[in-house]
Write a protein that binds this ligand. Structure first.
Ligand SMILES: C[S@@+](CC[C@H](N)C(=O)[O-])C[C@H]1O[C@@H](n2cnc3c(N)ncnc32)[C@H](O)[C@@H]1O
Length: 293
């Protein structure tokens, strides 16, 4: 079985072949299905599912990070099979058409970015203590602006290279830079009381070996160093992970550390996604209180 794509003036036609014969076809104009049919001799055998799933897949319908919205004309009311197929892929009747809207979940990283965006102003010193592929460092560069300074740290040289390359592609080399270093040593890069923000996104480097990941004891030293580096009013963020690969010792140790911080000096927020799985990423924020004692 194979699917052939033909570009039309108004969209794309998809032909489903079984051996040499076309047994199904569909036309997608932008994100609007204007035709969808399976040869009656081959109906009820899963070919409609195969064709629809493949078209949705090729057009971003299963992307977990981006929103997608597909529509199709309402089938004839007597066409139960068409309604069943559409329903199986999340189409529902809305405003006289079938509509399939997918809005990605808010991720832990997005939540932290939103919270930090509301708390920090341009200028100043920002540290990304786990720069990885550089997305958080780039985000901090956007926050810091041309008058700010951003440093990314990572123990893996490939992460440092990836981050510096991402900053360069986005014209941020003058604002941010990544260096190969253990975040437990971050005092070398930020004197006490100097940083507006210190960001941690623990775990392993996405796309690399899962064998290299942050470790509880070292992470606690790094969190303490991060707090020492903050200026009064500054904020530390940390996304904690648990699960099969990483275990839960780092998450528990970091939570214990955060919960023991004196209220007179720190405001501590643990932002649990309460209706997600137990091992969902756990964003935490620590604000160093101005005038704390
Ligand atoms: C989840 S990734 C970070 C993602 C990254 N912030 C981004 O936006 O792409 C975690 C990173 O922490 C790094 N890491 C682990 N232990 C570290 C340590 N002791 N010091 C510095 N970085 C460390 C890993 O090498 C990995 O790249």
């Amino acid at each position: 079985m194979r699917i052939e794509e033909q570009v039309l003036g108004t969209g794309t036609r998809y032909l489903l072949y079984k051996e040499q014969s076309v047994i199904g076809s569909a036309v997608l104009e932008g994100s609007r299905f204007t035709a969808f049919a399976i040869d009656p001799r081959w109906q009820g055998k899963g070919y409609g599912c195969y064709l629809l799933k493949e078209i949705l897949r090729r057009n971003g319908g299963f992307d977990t990070q981006t929103e997608s919205c597909f529509t199709a004309p309402l089938p004839d009311a007597s066409n139960a099979a068409a309604f069943a197929l559409a329903g199986r892929f999340g189409f529902a009747e809305a405003d006289g058409v079938l509509r399939r809207l997918r809005v990605p979940d808010l991720t832990a990283v997005q939540l932290v970015h939103r919270l930090l965006s509301g708390m920090l102003a341009p200028g100043g010193l920002y540290l990304d203590a786990t720069c990885g592929n550089g997305h958080d460092t780039l985000f901090l560069c956007g926050l810091a602006g041309p008058d700010g300074r951003v440093l990314g740290l990572d123990i893996q040289s490939e992460a440092v290279r990836a981050t510096n390359a991402l900053l360069a592609r986005n014209g941020m080399e003058a604002v941010g830079q990544a260096l190969e270093a253990d975040h437990a040593d971050l005092a070398r890069f930020a004197p006490p009381g100097s940083a507006d923000c210190v960001m941690f996104n623990f775990g392993w480097l996405p796309g690399a070996s899962h064998a290299v990941h942050s470790q509880a004891d070292n992470s606690l030293r790094a969190l303490q160093a991060g707090l020492d580096a903050l200026r009064p009013g500054g904020v530390l963020s940390a996304i904690l992970y648990s699960g099969k690969v990483i275990g839960d010792s780092e998450k528990h140790a970091a939570l214990e550390f955060f919960r023991a911080l004196p209220l007179s000096r720190y405001t501590v927020l643990v932002c649990e996604f309460a209706n997600w799985a137990e091992d969902a990423p756990l964003p935490c924020l620590v604000i160093k209180r101005p005038g704390g004692h």
